[in-house]
Design a protein around this ligand. Sequence first.
Ligand SMILES: Cc1ncc(COP(=O)(O)O)c(C=O)c1O
Length: 391
Amino acid sequence: MTLDVDRLRADTPGCANVAHLNNAGAALPPRPVTEAQIDHLRLEAAIGGYEARNRAADKVDHAYDAIARLLNCQPDEVAIVENATRAWDMAFYALPFERGDRILTGQAEYASNYLPFLQVAHRTGAVIEAVPDDAFGQIDTAAIAATIADRSKGPVKLISVCHVPTNGGLVNPAAAVGRIAAEHGIPFLLDACQSAGQMPLDVKALGCTMLSVTGRKFLRGPRGTGFLYVRKDWAQRLEPPLIDLHSASWTGPDSYVLQPNTRRFENWECNIAAKIGLGVAVDYALDVGLDTIRKRVSALASGLRARLDDQPGLVVLDKGLAKAGIVTFLKVGEEPEDTKRRLTEAHINVSTTTRESTYLDMAERDIDTMVRASPHYYNTEEELDRLVAAL
Ligand SMILES: Cc1ncc(COP(=O)(O)O)c(C=O)c1O
């Protein structure tokens, strides 16, 4: 399938205002996503929030169906929550850890995942092992296999990996990690926050037990949305860290029963308009085609890397073998925040990524801050030229 970029841009009002190269922060939403939300907010104002929810039941249910299609799973293996961090937390904190249990992760792990590792390690005596990178800067799958095999170190209770990290084009070899996890019966939690919406994701091919996603980045959905996939057999045996009258039923003075599926990780009150908008965003991505999107995003990102590489004084810092749509770089002699400010003045949106977000990787490379440009399929070569000219 080929992309009609002009039509897709016409469907994205923000394209008229800015060269938006901050899709790893929050993408410009397409018109139908914004309209679906506004329509529902108007309905709430017109007839009442609960009544509007009832009337929109099909649209809400559809969001689960759309996500299930996106991930190749069942709708009841999906929980819709307020962001990727909450999705990830609900899965991670449901896992029981004891002294000596090992958590395997990578060098590019995101702060909001690593901080919970630290908290649980401090509380329980579980041990975090950040597996080294391979020669390309990806998580070293041979090292994962070797560290699992080393029984003297204690049982591996979780493998938790970032698919595409927040700070660069790296795509970790998630399916290879999933195969190792499955071989050993170890749960595999994949942070797909930056990969969802820019490449196909199939939870079966990836071999993940749990996967977390946000709505607002490459999926182009509403802010304040995210979702969690938990494979049915694991959902049934995990006790969520927080429960309410939606995730569980109060069955007697001293008893409760959890929902029989991944919905046990949700809570009752939520932004219905955003949930509907999320379903529309997922439909939109599926209509454009995830394979087509992946090709376009990766072509734009590698075109940008090549342009930057061509310019003296601009240094591309991405790691990885097959790279995705996040391009990190520095302009020699200019603070990244100043670069970003200058670009903002030229109506070009980029962001910066700091050591606090991916401490292990950035400390290892002795980098504090990088400029991050993240094109999506609706960006153009001309916008990339403008970025490089402004730099
Ligand atoms: C790799 C990665 N994981 C998780 C998150 C957290 O997502 P959210 O802000 O939706 O909680 C981010 C956000 O930038 C991210 O880049």
